[in-house]
Design a protein around this ligand. Sequence first.
Ligand code: PAF
Length: 288
Amino acid sequence: MSVEVIETIDAIRERLHPVLLSDDFMGLVPTMGAFHDGHLSLIRKARKDCDSVVVSIFVNPHQFGPGEDFRTYPRTLKSDLAHCEAMGVDVVFAPSVKEMYPREPLTFVEVDRLGDHLCGLCRQSHFKGVATVVSKLLNIVQPDRAYFGEKDAQQLAIIRRLVIDLDLQVQIVPLPIVREPDGLAMSSRNQYLEPPERERAPVLYRALQMAQQQIEAGETDSGSILGEARRVLEEEPLIEVDYLELVEPEEMQPVSEVTGPVRVCAAIRIGSSRLIDNILCEKPTTDS
Ligand code: PAF
């Protein structure tokens, strides 16, 4: 028997109505499809935690800017559904763009400040598109828990904040980045990399690890930490640095000094691809 796939908002609401009335604990894994092991770890965790698991697969046009890869974004529905079936997902919600946006939307969800830096600088309306579609999905499915990966740390911070600010009754569950053996963070966009680019891409994680080592060794000046990390990136002529920042993890604002937990976040361009990654770092504890 194959996994149940529902394509309309009315039908998913009707299907989930008895689940919402029952004591069943429901988990949602929102995705844009093109599954890799990162997605599978979210689904696995949801399956472990929840009585009912819903996976949404929707490539959301409103989070792609002009000239970005909305049209060419990998769409692998058949194999995504096979994974869902194998992992015991109860329902896949896979609406069309017309179903989610039957008319030009005039209402958007925007989270101030958190999207101003990092990816928000070069992807102007990206987080507005993400916050809006996630709000719509949470409203349609009404899960008890929703699962997101930490690779998109800024997206995660924004979603956590919108859930708090809008009093949504859902628990956001973050899961660690899943990496290839050479350290490259898994991403549906990694398949855009040509072989020589793929070979060099792990430099991004090496640069983040360099920052982490310094923080763990007690360095607190963000200029020195980022300078060393940038040197690692500059050893690779094929890449261009979009940003490399130290931010506090809640509001993702840049810090000049490490006084508590910080996230080192970076984005690089390599060939026609843009890769992002981050690492959470803790200052060493000083015994008095
Ligand atoms: O992280 C993603 O795949 C997307 O941004 C999300 C959260 C499914 C919203 O479209």
